[in-house]
Design a binder for this molecule. Structure first.
Ligand SMILES: [Zn+2]
Length: 467
Protein backbone atom coordinates (compact mmCIF):
# COMPACT_ATOMS: atom_id res chain seq x y z
CA UNK A 1 0.00 0.00 0.00
CA UNK A 2 2.70 2.37 1.00
CA UNK A 3 4.70 1.72 -2.17
CA UNK A 4 1.59 2.13 -4.30
CA UNK A 5 0.68 5.32 -2.50
CA UNK A 6 4.21 6.59 -3.08
CA UNK A 7 4.06 5.75 -6.80
CA UNK A 8 0.68 7.45 -7.07
CA UNK A 9 2.07 10.43 -5.24
CA UNK A 10 5.01 10.51 -7.66
CA UNK A 11 2.70 10.33 -10.68
CA UNK A 12 0.54 13.07 -9.20
CA UNK A 13 3.61 15.17 -8.51
CA UNK A 14 5.03 14.68 -12.00
CA UNK A 15 1.70 15.58 -13.64
CA UNK A 16 1.65 18.63 -11.44
CA UNK A 17 5.18 19.55 -12.55
CA UNK A 18 4.26 19.01 -16.22
CA UNK A 19 1.18 21.21 -15.82
CA UNK A 20 3.15 23.82 -13.95
CA UNK A 21 5.73 23.97 -16.75
CA UNK A 22 3.00 24.69 -19.30
CA UNK A 23 2.55 28.08 -17.66
CA UNK A 24 5.55 30.38 -17.52
CA UNK A 25 6.70 31.47 -14.11
CA UNK A 26 5.02 34.87 -14.10
CA UNK A 27 7.74 37.34 -14.90
CA UNK A 28 8.46 40.14 -12.46
CA UNK A 29 6.91 42.79 -14.68
CA UNK A 30 8.19 45.67 -12.55
CA UNK A 31 11.75 44.46 -13.06
CA UNK A 32 11.09 43.73 -16.74
CA UNK A 33 9.71 47.26 -17.21
CA UNK A 34 12.83 48.74 -15.60
CA UNK A 35 14.97 46.66 -17.96
CA UNK A 36 12.80 47.74 -20.91
CA UNK A 37 13.13 51.40 -19.96
CA UNK A 38 16.89 51.18 -19.88
CA UNK A 39 17.01 49.29 -23.18
CA UNK A 40 14.70 51.87 -24.78
CA UNK A 41 16.96 54.72 -23.69
CA UNK A 42 19.98 52.91 -25.13
CA UNK A 43 18.14 52.01 -28.33
CA UNK A 44 17.00 55.59 -28.97
CA UNK A 45 20.70 56.58 -28.86
CA UNK A 46 21.40 54.21 -31.78
CA UNK A 47 21.01 56.67 -34.66
CA UNK A 48 18.86 55.07 -37.37
CA UNK A 49 17.52 58.31 -38.81
CA UNK A 50 16.27 57.53 -42.30
CA UNK A 51 17.72 58.69 -44.64
CA UNK A 52 20.27 57.17 -44.54
CA UNK A 53 18.93 54.60 -42.03
CA UNK A 54 22.11 52.75 -41.04
CA UNK A 55 19.84 50.06 -39.58
CA UNK A 56 22.77 47.67 -39.28
CA UNK A 57 23.62 49.51 -36.04
CA UNK A 58 20.17 48.65 -34.63
CA UNK A 59 20.43 45.06 -35.84
CA UNK A 60 23.78 44.74 -34.00
CA UNK A 61 22.22 46.33 -30.90
CA UNK A 62 19.61 43.57 -30.76
CA UNK A 63 22.13 40.85 -31.61
CA UNK A 64 24.12 41.84 -28.52
CA UNK A 65 21.00 41.75 -26.32
CA UNK A 66 19.86 38.36 -27.65
CA UNK A 67 23.41 36.86 -27.60
CA UNK A 68 23.68 37.66 -23.88
CA UNK A 69 20.58 35.53 -23.25
CA UNK A 70 21.51 32.66 -25.57
CA UNK A 71 18.62 33.48 -27.93
CA UNK A 72 19.54 32.48 -31.52
CA UNK A 73 19.80 35.62 -33.60
CA UNK A 74 20.90 36.48 -37.13
CA UNK A 75 21.73 39.84 -38.68
CA UNK A 76 20.58 39.76 -42.31
CA UNK A 77 22.90 42.09 -44.16
CA UNK A 78 21.42 44.09 -47.04
CA UNK A 79 24.59 46.10 -47.86
CA UNK A 80 25.24 49.85 -47.47
CA UNK A 81 25.02 49.55 -43.68
CA UNK A 82 21.40 48.40 -43.91
CA UNK A 83 20.20 45.17 -42.33
CA UNK A 84 17.28 43.25 -40.87
CA UNK A 85 17.56 41.22 -37.67
CA UNK A 86 15.75 38.04 -36.70
CA UNK A 87 15.74 36.09 -33.40
CA UNK A 88 13.94 32.98 -32.18
CA UNK A 89 12.40 31.52 -29.04
CA UNK A 90 11.37 28.12 -30.29
CA UNK A 91 8.24 26.17 -29.45
CA UNK A 92 7.17 22.60 -30.16
CA UNK A 93 6.14 23.43 -33.73
CA UNK A 94 2.61 22.15 -33.06
CA UNK A 95 1.32 25.45 -34.47
CA UNK A 96 2.84 27.90 -36.95
CA UNK A 97 4.99 30.77 -35.58
CA UNK A 98 4.08 34.27 -34.44
CA UNK A 99 6.31 37.10 -35.71
CA UNK A 100 6.85 40.26 -33.64
CA UNK A 101 7.65 42.78 -36.36
CA UNK A 102 9.18 46.21 -35.83
CA UNK A 103 11.02 48.58 -38.13
CA UNK A 104 14.50 49.70 -37.12
CA UNK A 105 14.55 53.14 -38.77
CA UNK A 106 13.08 56.43 -37.55
CA UNK A 107 12.11 59.66 -39.32
CA UNK A 108 14.44 62.68 -38.97
CA UNK A 109 13.96 65.02 -36.00
CA UNK A 110 14.42 68.79 -36.17
CA UNK A 111 16.40 69.25 -32.94
CA UNK A 112 15.68 73.00 -32.92
CA UNK A 113 11.99 72.31 -32.33
CA UNK A 114 12.53 69.81 -29.49
CA UNK A 115 12.98 70.66 -25.81
CA UNK A 116 15.37 67.68 -25.36
CA UNK A 117 18.06 66.31 -27.69
CA UNK A 118 16.05 63.90 -29.93
CA UNK A 119 18.54 61.03 -29.80
CA UNK A 120 19.59 61.21 -26.13
CA UNK A 121 16.91 58.90 -24.70
CA UNK A 122 16.42 61.35 -21.86
CA UNK A 123 14.05 60.60 -19.00
CA UNK A 124 11.96 63.45 -17.68
CA UNK A 125 8.70 63.76 -15.69
CA UNK A 126 7.90 60.06 -16.02
CA UNK A 127 8.56 59.85 -19.75
CA UNK A 128 11.33 58.53 -21.98
CA UNK A 129 11.84 61.16 -24.69
CA UNK A 130 13.36 60.53 -28.09
CA UNK A 131 12.77 59.98 -31.77
CA UNK A 132 11.20 56.56 -32.12
CA UNK A 133 9.83 56.39 -28.55
CA UNK A 134 6.43 55.52 -30.03
CA UNK A 135 7.30 54.97 -33.73
CA UNK A 136 8.45 52.34 -33.14
CA UNK A 137 11.47 51.75 -30.95
CA UNK A 138 9.27 51.46 -27.85
CA UNK A 139 7.31 48.62 -29.41
CA UNK A 140 10.54 46.95 -30.57
CA UNK A 141 11.71 46.92 -26.96
CA UNK A 142 8.38 45.49 -25.75
CA UNK A 143 8.85 42.74 -28.38
CA UNK A 144 12.46 42.23 -27.27
CA UNK A 145 11.84 41.91 -23.53
CA UNK A 146 8.92 39.54 -24.20
CA UNK A 147 11.45 37.29 -25.97
CA UNK A 148 13.80 37.58 -22.97
CA UNK A 149 11.04 36.75 -20.49
CA UNK A 150 9.89 33.70 -22.46
CA UNK A 151 13.43 32.40 -22.79
CA UNK A 152 14.26 32.95 -19.10
CA UNK A 153 11.13 31.22 -17.86
CA UNK A 154 11.73 28.19 -20.12
CA UNK A 155 8.01 28.35 -20.92
CA UNK A 156 6.69 25.60 -23.18
CA UNK A 157 5.31 27.05 -26.39
CA UNK A 158 3.14 25.62 -29.16
CA UNK A 159 4.55 28.15 -31.61
CA UNK A 160 7.96 29.67 -32.25
CA UNK A 161 8.08 33.36 -31.37
CA UNK A 162 10.14 35.25 -33.94
CA UNK A 163 11.49 38.76 -33.42
CA UNK A 164 11.94 40.58 -36.73
CA UNK A 165 13.43 44.07 -37.05
CA UNK A 166 13.41 45.52 -40.56
CA UNK A 167 15.16 48.36 -42.39
CA UNK A 168 13.68 51.30 -44.25
CA UNK A 169 9.97 51.31 -43.41
CA UNK A 170 9.75 55.07 -43.22
CA UNK A 171 11.22 55.85 -46.65
CA UNK A 172 10.60 52.42 -48.10
CA UNK A 173 12.17 53.12 -51.44
CA UNK A 174 15.83 52.17 -51.40
CA UNK A 175 16.10 49.29 -49.00
CA UNK A 176 12.72 48.27 -47.68
CA UNK A 177 13.52 45.42 -45.33
CA UNK A 178 10.02 43.92 -45.44
CA UNK A 179 10.10 43.55 -49.22
CA UNK A 180 13.65 42.24 -48.99
CA UNK A 181 12.55 39.54 -46.50
CA UNK A 182 9.66 38.40 -48.70
CA UNK A 183 11.92 38.27 -51.75
CA UNK A 184 15.12 36.83 -50.24
CA UNK A 185 14.62 35.28 -46.80
CA UNK A 186 11.03 34.17 -46.38
CA UNK A 187 12.52 30.93 -44.97
CA UNK A 188 13.67 32.88 -41.90
CA UNK A 189 10.00 33.36 -40.92
CA UNK A 190 9.50 29.57 -40.72
CA UNK A 191 6.10 29.54 -42.42
CA UNK A 192 4.67 31.84 -39.73
CA UNK A 193 0.92 32.28 -39.41
CA UNK A 194 0.68 35.64 -37.63
CA UNK A 195 2.52 38.94 -37.57
CA UNK A 196 2.00 41.56 -34.87
CA UNK A 197 3.32 45.02 -35.72
CA UNK A 198 2.69 48.78 -35.64
CA UNK A 199 -0.42 50.58 -36.80
CA UNK A 200 -2.96 51.28 -34.09
CA UNK A 201 -2.75 51.96 -30.33
CA UNK A 202 -5.16 51.84 -27.43
CA UNK A 203 -7.06 55.10 -27.59
CA UNK A 204 -6.96 56.68 -24.12
CA UNK A 205 -8.30 59.85 -22.58
CA UNK A 206 -6.07 62.53 -21.08
CA UNK A 207 -6.10 60.60 -17.78
CA UNK A 208 -4.68 57.51 -19.52
CA UNK A 209 -7.94 55.56 -19.14
CA UNK A 210 -8.61 53.36 -22.18
CA UNK A 211 -11.55 54.19 -24.45
CA UNK A 212 -10.96 51.70 -27.27
CA UNK A 213 -8.45 49.03 -28.25
CA UNK A 214 -7.80 49.76 -31.91
CA UNK A 215 -6.42 46.97 -34.05
CA UNK A 216 -5.41 47.66 -37.62
CA UNK A 217 -6.45 44.74 -39.82
CA UNK A 218 -6.67 46.57 -43.14
CA UNK A 219 -4.81 49.25 -45.04
CA UNK A 220 -5.92 51.24 -48.04
CA UNK A 221 -3.64 51.28 -51.06
CA UNK A 222 -1.97 54.32 -52.54
CA UNK A 223 -2.31 55.52 -56.10
CA UNK A 224 -0.15 58.63 -56.50
CA UNK A 225 -0.51 60.54 -59.73
CA UNK A 226 1.15 63.38 -61.58
CA UNK A 227 -1.11 65.11 -64.07
CA UNK A 228 0.43 67.43 -66.65
CA UNK A 229 -1.32 69.88 -68.97
CA UNK A 230 0.31 71.67 -71.89
CA UNK A 231 -0.86 74.67 -73.91
CA UNK A 232 0.23 77.85 -75.62
CA UNK A 233 2.56 79.99 -73.53
CA UNK A 234 2.02 83.72 -73.50
CA UNK A 235 1.86 87.02 -71.65
CA UNK A 236 -0.38 87.24 -68.61
CA UNK A 237 -2.00 90.40 -69.98
CA UNK A 238 -3.83 88.34 -72.64
CA UNK A 239 -5.75 85.43 -71.03
CA UNK A 240 -5.37 81.99 -72.61
CA UNK A 241 -8.57 80.01 -71.96
CA UNK A 242 -6.90 76.86 -73.28
CA UNK A 243 -3.55 77.47 -71.61
CA UNK A 244 -1.92 74.75 -69.50
CA UNK A 245 -2.95 76.28 -66.16
CA UNK A 246 -6.56 76.87 -67.26
CA UNK A 247 -6.92 73.25 -68.40
CA UNK A 248 -5.28 71.87 -65.29
CA UNK A 249 -7.35 73.96 -62.88
CA UNK A 250 -10.60 72.94 -64.61
CA UNK A 251 -9.61 69.25 -64.39
CA UNK A 252 -8.50 69.44 -60.76
CA UNK A 253 -11.65 71.31 -59.81
CA UNK A 254 -13.68 68.36 -61.09
CA UNK A 255 -11.48 65.88 -59.20
CA UNK A 256 -11.88 67.83 -55.94
CA UNK A 257 -15.67 67.68 -56.32
CA UNK A 258 -15.68 64.00 -57.32
CA UNK A 259 -17.34 61.59 -54.87
CA UNK A 260 -16.20 57.98 -55.41
CA UNK A 261 -18.74 55.24 -54.89
CA UNK A 262 -19.19 53.98 -51.31
CA UNK A 263 -18.28 50.34 -50.55
CA UNK A 264 -18.55 48.42 -47.30
CA UNK A 265 -15.65 46.09 -46.44
CA UNK A 266 -15.89 43.53 -43.56
CA UNK A 267 -13.49 45.24 -41.11
CA UNK A 268 -15.29 48.58 -41.52
CA UNK A 269 -18.65 46.92 -41.01
CA UNK A 270 -17.34 45.36 -37.79
CA UNK A 271 -15.87 48.70 -36.73
CA UNK A 272 -19.12 50.59 -37.34
CA UNK A 273 -21.09 47.98 -35.44
CA UNK A 274 -18.78 48.39 -32.43
CA UNK A 275 -18.86 52.19 -32.36
CA UNK A 276 -22.65 52.18 -32.80
CA UNK A 277 -22.86 51.17 -29.13
CA UNK A 278 -21.65 54.59 -28.00
CA UNK A 279 -23.18 56.70 -30.80
CA UNK A 280 -26.42 58.62 -30.42
CA UNK A 281 -29.47 58.23 -32.66
CA UNK A 282 -30.05 58.54 -35.55
CA UNK A 283 -26.35 57.95 -36.37
CA UNK A 284 -26.28 54.79 -34.22
CA UNK A 285 -28.89 53.15 -36.48
CA UNK A 286 -26.89 54.15 -39.58
CA UNK A 287 -23.73 52.60 -38.13
CA UNK A 288 -25.59 49.43 -37.17
CA UNK A 289 -26.92 48.96 -40.70
CA UNK A 290 -24.64 50.91 -43.05
CA UNK A 291 -25.97 49.09 -46.12
CA UNK A 292 -29.47 50.43 -45.57
CA UNK A 293 -28.09 53.85 -44.62
CA UNK A 294 -26.05 54.10 -47.82
CA UNK A 295 -29.15 53.33 -49.90
CA UNK A 296 -31.05 56.30 -48.43
CA UNK A 297 -29.89 59.80 -49.54
CA UNK A 298 -30.42 61.53 -46.19
CA UNK A 299 -28.88 58.73 -44.10
CA UNK A 300 -26.04 58.37 -46.61
CA UNK A 301 -25.03 62.02 -46.31
CA UNK A 302 -25.16 61.74 -42.51
CA UNK A 303 -22.88 58.70 -42.58
CA UNK A 304 -20.42 60.31 -45.00
CA UNK A 305 -20.39 63.72 -43.29
CA UNK A 306 -17.47 62.71 -41.08
CA UNK A 307 -14.19 62.71 -43.11
CA UNK A 308 -12.82 59.62 -41.34
CA UNK A 309 -16.01 57.60 -41.89
CA UNK A 310 -16.12 58.79 -45.47
CA UNK A 311 -12.50 57.70 -46.07
CA UNK A 312 -13.27 54.30 -44.51
CA UNK A 313 -16.18 53.79 -46.90
CA UNK A 314 -14.69 54.79 -50.22
CA UNK A 315 -11.65 55.77 -52.24
CA UNK A 316 -10.34 59.28 -51.61
CA UNK A 317 -8.82 61.81 -53.99
CA UNK A 318 -6.68 64.69 -52.67
CA UNK A 319 -5.09 67.24 -54.98
CA UNK A 320 -1.90 67.96 -53.06
CA UNK A 321 0.45 69.82 -55.42
CA UNK A 322 0.05 72.47 -58.14
CA UNK A 323 2.79 73.84 -60.34
CA UNK A 324 2.56 76.48 -63.04
CA UNK A 325 4.62 79.57 -63.73
CA UNK A 326 7.03 81.14 -61.23
CA UNK A 327 6.42 84.53 -62.84
CA UNK A 328 3.13 86.30 -62.23
CA UNK A 329 2.95 87.75 -65.77
CA UNK A 330 3.87 84.57 -67.69
CA UNK A 331 1.33 82.01 -68.91
CA UNK A 332 3.42 78.79 -68.84
CA UNK A 333 3.40 76.19 -71.60
CA UNK A 334 3.15 73.44 -68.99
CA UNK A 335 1.43 73.01 -65.63
CA UNK A 336 1.21 69.96 -63.37
CA UNK A 337 -0.62 68.66 -60.33
CA UNK A 338 0.06 65.91 -57.79
CA UNK A 339 -2.91 63.79 -56.75
CA UNK A 340 -2.95 61.40 -53.76
CA UNK A 341 -5.60 58.68 -54.15
CA UNK A 342 -6.24 55.94 -51.58
CA UNK A 343 -8.22 52.87 -52.54
CA UNK A 344 -10.04 50.23 -50.49
CA UNK A 345 -9.18 46.51 -50.68
CA UNK A 346 -10.63 45.01 -53.84
CA UNK A 347 -10.51 48.24 -55.86
CA UNK A 348 -8.64 48.13 -59.16
CA UNK A 349 -6.12 50.95 -59.61
CA UNK A 350 -6.27 50.84 -63.42
CA UNK A 351 -10.04 51.11 -63.48
CA UNK A 352 -9.95 53.93 -60.91
CA UNK A 353 -7.47 55.88 -63.03
CA UNK A 354 -9.78 55.56 -66.05
CA UNK A 355 -12.66 56.87 -63.93
CA UNK A 356 -10.57 59.89 -62.89
CA UNK A 357 -9.73 60.65 -66.51
CA UNK A 358 -13.43 60.60 -67.34
CA UNK A 359 -14.27 62.80 -64.34
CA UNK A 360 -11.52 65.32 -65.20
CA UNK A 361 -13.09 65.60 -68.67
CA UNK A 362 -10.16 67.54 -70.06
CA UNK A 363 -8.58 66.15 -73.23
CA UNK A 364 -4.84 66.08 -73.77
CA UNK A 365 -3.71 65.72 -70.15
CA UNK A 366 -0.78 63.42 -69.38
CA UNK A 367 -1.46 61.03 -66.46
CA UNK A 368 1.54 59.38 -64.78
CA UNK A 369 1.49 56.91 -61.87
CA UNK A 370 4.16 58.11 -59.41
CA UNK A 371 3.62 55.22 -56.95
CA UNK A 372 1.03 52.56 -56.23
CA UNK A 373 0.44 49.70 -53.80
CA UNK A 374 -2.17 47.04 -53.13
CA UNK A 375 -4.81 47.42 -50.39
CA UNK A 376 -4.96 44.52 -47.95
CA UNK A 377 -7.17 43.08 -45.22
CA UNK A 378 -6.66 40.34 -42.62
CA UNK A 379 -9.45 38.25 -41.10
CA UNK A 380 -10.40 38.90 -37.47
CA UNK A 381 -11.36 35.24 -37.03
CA UNK A 382 -8.02 34.10 -35.62
CA UNK A 383 -6.29 32.97 -32.42
CA UNK A 384 -4.21 36.17 -32.40
CA UNK A 385 -7.25 38.43 -32.60
CA UNK A 386 -8.92 36.44 -29.81
CA UNK A 387 -5.71 36.76 -27.75
CA UNK A 388 -5.92 40.54 -28.11
CA UNK A 389 -9.57 40.41 -26.98
CA UNK A 390 -8.54 38.33 -23.96
CA UNK A 391 -5.89 40.91 -23.11
CA UNK A 392 -8.56 43.60 -23.32
CA UNK A 393 -10.72 41.55 -20.89
CA UNK A 394 -7.76 41.29 -18.53
CA UNK A 395 -6.53 44.89 -18.62
CA UNK A 396 -9.45 47.07 -19.76
CA UNK A 397 -12.65 45.02 -19.33
CA UNK A 398 -15.68 46.41 -21.10
CA UNK A 399 -13.64 48.59 -23.47
CA UNK A 400 -14.38 47.76 -27.13
CA UNK A 401 -11.82 46.21 -29.49
CA UNK A 402 -12.25 48.18 -32.73
CA UNK A 403 -10.91 47.62 -36.23
CA UNK A 404 -10.75 51.07 -37.80
CA UNK A 405 -9.09 50.89 -41.21
CA UNK A 406 -5.60 52.36 -41.32
CA UNK A 407 -5.83 55.03 -43.98
CA UNK A 408 -2.04 55.18 -44.47
CA UNK A 409 0.42 52.39 -45.32
CA UNK A 410 2.97 50.33 -43.34
CA UNK A 411 5.02 47.17 -43.87
CA UNK A 412 1.87 45.21 -42.96
CA UNK A 413 0.76 45.57 -46.57
CA UNK A 414 3.85 43.76 -47.85
CA UNK A 415 3.39 40.85 -45.45
CA UNK A 416 -0.38 40.57 -45.98
CA UNK A 417 0.24 40.28 -49.71
CA UNK A 418 2.67 37.45 -48.94
CA UNK A 419 -0.15 35.58 -47.17
CA UNK A 420 0.36 36.35 -43.47
CA UNK A 421 -2.40 37.42 -41.09
CA UNK A 422 -1.07 40.79 -39.91
CA UNK A 423 -2.41 43.05 -37.17
CA UNK A 424 -1.18 46.54 -36.45
CA UNK A 425 -1.53 46.79 -32.69
CA UNK A 426 0.79 48.35 -30.12
CA UNK A 427 0.11 47.96 -26.44
CA UNK A 428 0.28 51.62 -25.48
CA UNK A 429 -2.56 53.64 -23.95
CA UNK A 430 -2.07 56.83 -25.91
CA UNK A 431 -3.89 59.99 -24.83
CA UNK A 432 -4.31 63.15 -26.88
CA UNK A 433 -0.99 64.64 -25.72
CA UNK A 434 1.12 61.52 -26.26
CA UNK A 435 0.33 60.92 -29.93
CA UNK A 436 3.60 62.39 -31.18
CA UNK A 437 4.84 59.90 -33.77
CA UNK A 438 6.83 61.82 -36.41
CA UNK A 439 6.25 64.96 -34.29
CA UNK A 440 8.34 67.00 -31.85
CA UNK A 441 9.21 65.80 -28.34
CA UNK A 442 8.11 62.23 -29.13
CA UNK A 443 7.81 60.33 -25.85
CA UNK A 444 6.56 57.23 -24.07
CA UNK A 445 5.45 57.26 -20.43
CA UNK A 446 6.96 54.89 -17.89
CA UNK A 447 3.40 53.85 -17.01
CA UNK A 448 3.00 52.79 -20.63
CA UNK A 449 6.30 50.91 -20.61
CA UNK A 450 5.15 48.98 -17.53
CA UNK A 451 1.70 48.28 -18.97
CA UNK A 452 2.94 47.57 -22.51
CA UNK A 453 5.52 45.03 -21.38
CA UNK A 454 2.93 43.03 -19.44
CA UNK A 455 0.22 43.33 -22.13
CA UNK A 456 2.57 42.23 -24.94
CA UNK A 457 3.72 39.27 -22.87
CA UNK A 458 0.07 38.39 -22.12
CA UNK A 459 -0.91 38.40 -25.81
CA UNK A 460 2.14 36.43 -26.93
CA UNK A 461 1.63 33.86 -24.18
CA UNK A 462 -2.11 33.61 -24.92
CA UNK A 463 -1.49 32.74 -28.55
CA UNK A 464 1.78 30.78 -28.25
CA UNK A 465 1.81 29.14 -24.81
CA UNK A 466 1.47 25.34 -24.72
CA UNK A 467 -2.14 24.36 -24.05
ZN1 LIG B 1 6.38 53.32 -37.86
Amino acid sequence: MKAVALILACIAASTFVARAQARPATPDFDALAREATQLLQEYIRVDTTNPPGNERLAAEFFRKVFDREGIPCEVLDMGKNRANVVAYVSGSGRKRPLVLLNHLDVVPADAGRWTVPPLAGEMRDGYVYGRGATDMKGTAIAHCVTMLALKRSGARLDRDVIFLGTADEEEGVEANGAEWMVKNRLDALRNAEFILTEGAYIDAGASGKAKAWNVDVTEKSILWLKVTATGRAGHGSIPEPNGAVAKLVRAMNRLVAFEPEARLIPSVEKYFEAIAATATQPLAADLRDPRAALADPLRRSRLLADPFRSAALRATVSVTGLRGSDKVNVIPGEASALVDCRLLPGEDAGAFLETLKRVAAEPGLKWEIVASSVATESTTDSDLFRAIERARDRFDPGVPVLTPPLLSTTDATTFRQAGFVVYGFETWRIGPDDDRSHGDDERLSLANVRFGVEATHFIVWAVCGAK
